[in-house]
Design a binder for this molecule. Structure first.
Ligand SMILES: Nc1ncnc2c1ncn2[C@@H]1O[C@H](COP(=O)(O)OP(=O)(O)OP(=O)(O)O)[C@@H](O)[C@H]1O
Ligand SMILES: [Mg+2]
Length: 387
């Protein structure tokens, strides 16, 4: 249900508007002047605000200006008396959504409100879409390790060097890979991702190299593999530590010779692909245990970028939390929630075994369950039960 705030010093006007709009199914709050209105906007989220122009204390124009600073997306519809039409037009220039005249015409009022709500939805959707199409998520953090990682990316991205990204679950390995691609000379080419852990070992070859029609029972038509798809671009081999030894041998050949063969095919296909691999395993230990080929390890790890765990860079937590508050509240189409210092401190005490992914989930949970400001007790109630 949508919330509407009506600000007018004339009680009779508030009452009429409130009755009409409640009847239409809106939830209504009232304020008697701009000052009270500002207080209400701080406490609650409104979808539309109706605001009189001439009022004691803080008038409609001042209310408009102040609210535009803090909540630029809430549509404000001015209610204008006989003497204030010109001021109302002025208000629209200053960012008011529209104005209606007193006494309000019922149809015009309802249509204006409906249009204003549609506009809010559109603005929110556009913001989400814009972020989705913006190519790569920002890498947030001011800690020394993050600075070093960014520096390394700047240096190695424009080269053709293969890169191995290591680090625990959810530390941001994929994000590093995306930035390397983005800043490389292959940025206009594709970034093709393969999650080696998610593909059954008998299918991984066909996934990577493709297959010819009829090469095995379920191969009902020809398929182009990820290496070919990534031609001219970057291939991101995620969870490389989980790749079978047979697949490893074929990947090695592809890297050494720049050639692949589709499963069931006989011709060599040249591919120009830069490989970035990632793993949360200790690959040298896997080599010792004969699960990973040493020659492939050396081919993949020309440059190693290690992304440290969140527990090793808790200084970054405030910045990350701020970023997630903006993103997630934006996705939900609600005003950005705040978080107080003690709550941040409490988050810094936490043992982040799931790293940044876990932090993002926790912030999302806090946004859903807390009030306008996330407090230490919210963190204690909703986050800390785990040691
Ligand atoms: N420095 C950062 N700033 C902002 N967001 C980040 C940062 N690092 C990671 N993230 C976000 O955290 C989430 C997890 O990151 P990512 O998928 O890159 O981790 P990963 O190391 O590949 O995890 P896994 O090992 O589970 O595959 C993503 O939503 C990513 O956008
Ligand atoms: Mg990943």
């Amino acid at each position: 249900m949508s919330n509407i705030l009506i600000i007018d010093d004339e009680k009779a006007i508030r009452k009429t508007l409130s009755e009409i709009l409640s009847y239409e199914g809106y939830k209504i709050d009232e304020a008697g002047d701009g000052e009270e209105g500002l207080k209400k906007v701080k406490e609650k989220e409104y979808d539309v605000i109706l605001c009189d122009i001439k009022m004691p204390k803080i008038d409609g124009i001042e209310f408009l200006e102040k609210t535009k600073e803090t909540n630029p997306d809430i549509p404000i519809i001015m209610i204008s008396g006989h003497g204030t039409i010109e001021t109302a037009v002025e208000a629209v220039k200053k960012g008011a959504y529209d104005y209606i005249s007193k006494p309000p015409d019922l149809n015009r009022l309802l249509i204006t409100i409906r249009n204003a709500m549609d506009k809010t939805t559109l603005v929110a959707e556009t913001k989400v879409l814009k972020r989705k199409v913006s190519k790569v998520q920002e890498m947030v953090g001011a800690s020394t390790p993050i600075h070093k990682i960014k520096e390394t990316i700047e240096k190695v991205a424009p080269t053709e060097a293969r890169i191995l990204v290591t680090g625990e679950n959810g530390v941001g390995k994929e994000l590093v890979a995306r930035w390397v691609h983005e800043k490389s000379n292959r940025a206009s080419g594709a970034l093709v991702e393969v999650n080696c852990a998610a593909i059954p070992s008998e299918l991984i070859e066909s996934e990577l190299f493709g297959h010819e029609k009829g090469s095995f029972t379920s191969a009902v038509k020809q398929r182009i593999g990820k290496f070919e798809q990534a031609n001219g671009g970057t291939l991101f081999l995620d969870e490389i530590g989980d790749m079978s030894l047979t697949a490893q041998a074929k990947v090695l050949r592809a890297l050494q010779e720049g050639k692949i063969t589709r499963v069931g095919g006989d011709k060599d296909i040249n591919v120009d692909v830069r490989v970035i691999a990632a793993t949360n395993k200790d690959l040298l230990k896997e080599v010792e245990e004969k699960n990973f080929r040493l020659d492939l390890y050396h081919r993949l790890s020309v440059i190693i970028i290690h992304v440290p765990s969140l527990n090793e860079r808790k200084d970054d937590i405030p910045l990350l939390v701020e970023k997630f508050l903006v993103d997630i509240c934006g996705d939900y189409g609600i005003a950005k929630k705040a978080i107080d210092e003690d709550a941040i401190k409490a988050l810094q005490q936490h043992n982040w075994t799931g790293n940044i992914r876990e932090l993002r989930n926790v912030v999302e949970r806090l946004i859903i369950l807390s009030g306008k400001t996330i407090t230490q007790s919210d963190v204690e109630n909703y986050v800390l039960p785990k040691k």
